[in-house]
Write a new protein. Structure first.
Lengths: 867, 132, 81
């Protein structure tokens, strides 16, 4: 979706810029040209709407400032002048340059944030003081923030910074006051400073006194960060680009760092030193002064005030061309023994206690119902102000319709009808009173504690009569109900598919029992028609449940951006084939595995930009998610161009963790070694990261995907990248099982995808190893398990004939083979699997049940749980 | 008339916005969610389309050439032929006054640009009463 | 778990993410004298850090990790200049 949208944006934006520029020129010629100002304003306004869709904060902020200026001009608050036109044209040129960047590289050039801030500040400076509140949030670049906190940085760090400054670095003081709710937008303020290098000081303080421990809100950020760095301004602004209005960056002269402090314990030698030093200073004999300072420094206790002054003198004298003013001031300091005043911090803090409650976590359900409430509340506002309107009837109808739509599925049918009648009543008497009263009632009713809805209630069809004491359905039920209906259809068609399977039996019976070959053939013909129809119908119903994979992929651009930023990595995410569709259940289960794979890639696969450049790769890594359909599978590939997986390292880790022994490790091919990352308990990260870490490895991905009947494979080339491929069935609805007979003639279904083969082995070939039974299958020893025993039934005893054969189903569970002894094999079959519900849902060992063509119920085993 | 039939067909949305990027965005998001989307590029065209065809929801930008969103909605609410269709305005103005003005002109809800895809689909689903 | 809560001590280990802040706060509220060991902590989300500087529990050890060792120590130990 992004690319066509972005291309459309670039071309539209170019047209708008062209239009705005010619309008501005017309306006300059004739400041009263109202059509021109409107044109310019609308162009910039439209641009603002469009650019907001993308993640270009620098661009968006500057467009916003431009629009504010134009808005003031249009409102007559700001007379147009050549200066304004020049600035606006500059801004338009900048937009044009950025559009080139976007088109070429899909991102703004470095330094865009700083440019945007400077231009934004210049534009905002034009605005009248009382212009809208929005204009006040941005701090202009020219406004100097106070740096009186610099002496709070330890002397050692200030000295280090001072030396860097005197050898040519420009020091910057950064003050960052994050928004209180910044944790909710994924910010991690303190860790942003990890990337500020070199960092000479970082002071972290609360902006207000800490509340009592019991009133503490861990998710309201009240910290303020102040830092001293020699990093280039563009780099700092780039790092903080998403919060650029929350920081101020001020250049710091080295002299600001000089602050002398220590114990005021004087001594007689200082008088001599001062006299000597002043003489040397007068002669600009820096070398002599250095020696003198160094000699005295050695004799002075390091905690003394004088020692501090001497350290600063050494630092000042360390510069290639010492500043005699600073030297003189420091010598004066020693002469007078008086401290340069260092204002204590911690004093100017306001005393407002924190009262804000901790934010509660809201799930999608809560969000939806909050949204619904908000829309309903809007209808209330409209009703209140529509009373006098000439279009009252029409608007009441719209309100009636909107509210009914929002309420549908959230409230019970009787409430919906009450709302309908109230709207009718209001229409009839021409006042909103009845509708308002009903709406208020509904709004209040829905704030109550969520009523308990039992499974039976949820399934019951909505009453059509006028019952009033029905259980109210849970909020935001509407989606679920719809899905349930589709599911019901799905089940019905599934049963139809199964029932039609009894027709061939019937045909056979007609031939064999009733001796009518013709009848049998006719039944087979009818079967052919029904079979085709049933299959078409099944496909049609399955299509209703199909969703595009974009449902899950849409969240990734933002996630990748946030995570990459957090890690200091640069990543370009490309999504292809997001329109590929699969069953709703498949789409829904895809989210977590994909999230895990992508986080793994960002965390472990993608290198830091410097590392990439050092190995000749572009600094921007690429992560490509590609979805497509292949046969009856939907395939999703996640490929990165990161460092790849080193099979040697994997072998070493696997051995170290005791997953395999060294001998086996050395026999593994590289691909087999790489596949070890899927083994449970494997995690290659040397340390647990807060992103993909926490001890959960790729094995979770495999488990989840396999549960849905899919498969995961991974290929990786060291130094070139890793690609993970998920293959999933298009639909989970139909399961192919093999039926077996066990436990005294009972039928059980076993999912076909777990079955490797069926074999018959003579009883004499069963070998006992201690208590366990095994048999040899093509030179491999396979453990033998009796299904009867798994199901808690004592297997029948046998005596005698060692040639008698056992029916063995060889199943593959978690990569290893197991032989399952059953009484008899039966046919394979497509079934609609229904998981157990209610009190049965706790029973392990069963995947669920299915209805057979002859009305019997088939229990389908979950071998993973049983074995 | 206040009990709209449960939409059997996909709900139809008319998007009125002069920005071609915004229209493509709305179309992409809403179509992915199962809506049928029609476009109009200004208030006049929007008004004409809303008269000519049945829609389950109007999504209207405010600042547009020829006829702005407010005027378009007022015209629609005056017209007996299209009364009752829920309308949503989406503009870049976030103030309380802008919301009131939207409500006064006949909107049933308003959102502020940029609108996240999930918000847009949630609101459209709620306002059309559809579980698409 | 990056945070392990003991009877009267809490250990921060590895990378402590934003979601750890609330459990940590609740633990420190309930155990005001619990000591905090951070030696093995490699990264700490701002929210977690804020809980520590806001509540000021007794510190058993600071993180060994260089960035935190250098810059978090003054705030954690209460040595604001």
């Amino acid at each position: 979706m992004t690319t066509p949208l972005l291309l459309r944006f670039v071309s539209e934006a170019r047209d708008l810029l062209q239009f705005a520029a010619s309008g501005l020129l017309a306006l300059e010629r004739n400041p009263r040209d109202e059509a021109a100002i409107n044109d310019v304003f609308r162009s910039v306004h439209t641009l603002k709407g469009s650019v907001g869709l993308f993640d270009f904060p620098a661009f968006t902020k500057l467009v916003h400032a431009g629009e504010d200026v134009l808005s003031a001009v249009r409102a007559g608050q700001l007379p147009i002048s050549s200066e304004i036109v020049d600035l606006l044209l500059d801004a338009l040129d900048q937009f044009g340059a950025w559009l080139d960047d976007i088109e070429g590289r899909r991102g703004l050039s470095d330094g865009a944030d700083g440019l945007s801030r400077d231009l934004t500040a210049a534009l905002r400076a034009l605005l009248p003081d009382d212009f809208g509140a929005a204009a006040t949030t941005a701090r202009s670049a020219g406004e100097l923030a106070s740096v009186d906190w610099l002496p709070d940085i330890s002397e050692a760090e200030r000295l280090e910074a001072f030396r860097a400054a005197t050898s040519g670095s420009q020091l910057l003081a950064i003050e960052y006051s994050p928004a209180e709710d910044c944790f909710f937008s994924g910010e991690d303020p303190v860790n942003l400073f990890r990337q500020v290098r070199p960092l000479y000081g970082l002071i972290i303080e609360p902006r207000e006194p800490w509340p009592a421990p019991e009133a503490f809100d861990p998710y309201r950020c009240v910290l303020r960060f102040r830092a001293l760095t020699a990093a280039p301004r563009a780099e700092v602004e780039g790092l903080f680009r998403y919060v650029i209005e929350q920081i101020s960056v001020v250049p710091v002269g080295p002299e600001t760092l000089i602050a002398v402090a220590g114990e005021p314990n004087g001594g007689p030698v200082y008088g001599d030193f001062v006299a000597d030093a002043l003489a040397l200073l007068a002669a600009s004999d820096w070398e002599g002064l250095r020696r003198s300072v160094s000699a005295l420094h050695e004799l002075t206790g390091r905690h003394l005030f004088v020692a501090s002054a001497l350290r600063w003198l050494e630092a000042v004298l360390g510069a290639p061309a010492p500043d005699s003013g600073w030297v003189g001031a420091l010598i004066d300091c020693i002469a007078q023994g008086s401290s340069v005043p260092v204002p204590p911090c911690n004093s100017g803090i306001s005393t407002t206690p924190a009262t804000k409650q901790p934010h509660s976590v809201t799930g999608p359900l809560a969000r939806l119902s909050a949204l619904a409430r908000d829309i309903l509340d809007g209808q209330r506002v409209i009703l209140e102000m529509a009373a006098e309107s000439t279009t009252f009837a029409s608007r009441l109808t719209a309100v009636g319709c909107t509210a009914a739509n929002v309420l549908r599925g959230v409230v019970r049918q009787s409430d919906l009808e009450a709302w309908g009648s109230a709207v009718e009543a209001s229409l009839a008497d021409g006042t909103p009173v009845a509708a308002l009263a009903e709406l208020e009632r509904l709004l209040n009713a829905s704030t109550g504690a969520p009523s308990e809805v039992t499974a039976a209630d949820a399934l019951r069809p909505e009453p059509t009569g006028t019952q009033t004491q029905e259980q109210r359905q849970a909020p935001a039920r509407v989606l679920k109900v719809d899905q349930a209906k589709v599911d019901a259809l799905m089940n019905l068609i599934g049963e139809l598919v199964v029932s039609k399977n009894s027709l061939p039996f019937l045909a056979k019976r007609a031939e064999e029992v009733h001796g009518s070959r013709e009848m049998g053939r006719e039944i087979k013909d009818v079967y052919g028609v029904i079979d085709r129809l049933a299959q078409d119908m099944q496909a049609a119903i399955m299509a209703v449940r199909m969703l595009p994979v974009s449902e899950v992929l849409d969240r990734f651009p933002r996630l990748v951006r946030d995570v990459a930023r957090k890690l200091g990595k640069r990543v370009e995410l490309v999504i292809e084939g997001e329109e590929t569709a699969a069953d709703k259940n498949i789409i829904e289960m895809l989210g977590d595995p994909l999230l895990h794979i992508i986080r793994n890639s960002l965390d472990h696969g993608i290198e830091m930009p410097e590392e990439r450049e050092a190995t000749g790769k572009p600094p921007d890594a690429s992560v490509r998610i590609k979805a497509f359909q292949e046969g009856d599978q939907v395939v999703i590939e996640v490929a990165d161009d990161g460092r790849g997986i080193d099979p040697e390292r994997i072998r070493a880790v696997a051995v170290a963790k005791g997953l395999i022994d060294e001998e086996r490790a050395s026999r593994l091919t590289d691909q087999e070694a790489v596949n070890l990352v899927f083994a449970a308990g494997f995690s290659t990260a040397a340390k647990v990261s807060d992103l993909s870490g926490r001890g959960v490895g790729m094995d979770v991905v495999v488990t989840t995907v396999e549960k849905a009947g899919g498969s995961v494979s991974l290929t990786s080339v060291k130094g070139q990248g890793t690609s993970v491929r998920l293959g999933l069935p298009l639909s989970m609805a139909v399961t192919r099982v093999m039926m077996v007979e066990a436990a005294g003639g009972n039928l059980f279904g076993i999912p076909m995808d777990q079955i490797a083969e069926t074999v018959r082995i003579a009883r004499g070939q069963v070998r006992r190893i201690k208590q366990a039974e095994t048999f040899v299958l093509r030179n491999a020893v396979v453990p033998l398990v009796r299904l009867d025993r798994l199901l808690g039934v004592e297997p029948p005893l046998w005596f005698g004939d060692a040639d008698q054969e056992e029916a063995v189903l060889v199943v593959r569970i978690g990569g290893s083979l197991t032989g399952l002894v059953v009484d008899h094999f039966r046919e394979g079959m497509d079934i609609i699997l229904k998981p157990f519900d209610g009190i049965l849902s706790d029973i392990s060992g069963y995947a669920g049940t299915a209805l057979l063509g002859d009305g019997r119920v088939l229990l389908v085993l979950n071998l993973k749980e049983l074995l | 008339m206040t009990k709209p039939a449960i939409p059997i067909k996909a709900p139809r949305v008319l998007v009125v916005d002069d920005g071609i990027t915004m229209r493509l965005y709305y179309r992409t998001v809403l179509e992915a969610a199962g809506f049928v989307v029609e476009e109009a590029t200004n208030g006049v065209e929007g008004y004409e389309k809303a008269l000519a065809q049945r829609f389950d929801l109007l999504i209207v930008d405010i600042n547009m050439p020829k006829m702005d969103g407010y005027s378009m909605l007022r015209a629609i609410r005056r017209d007996a032929a299209v009364q009752g269709v829920p309308a949503l305005t989406i503009s870049t103005e976030a103030g309380q006054a802008d919301a009131i003005k939207a409500y006064e002109s006949g909107a049933n809800y308003y959102l502020v640009k940029p609108v996240a895809p999930e918000t847009l689909t949630d609101v459209a689903r709620l306002m059309t009463g559809s579980g698409v | 778990m990056p945070i392990r809560f003991g009877k009267n001590s809490v250990v921060l280990d590895g990378a402590c993410a934003v979601e750890e802040a609330l459990p940590l706060l609740e633990y420190l509220q309930a155990h005001p004298r619990a000591k905090v060991t951070m030696r093995g902590c490699t990264q700490m989300h701002t929210a977690v850090f804020m809980v520590l500087v806001g509540i000021r529990p007794p510190i058993a050890s600071l993180p060994d990790e260089a960035f935190m060792k250098r810059w978090f120590a003054p705030a954690l130990k209460g040595e604001q200049a």
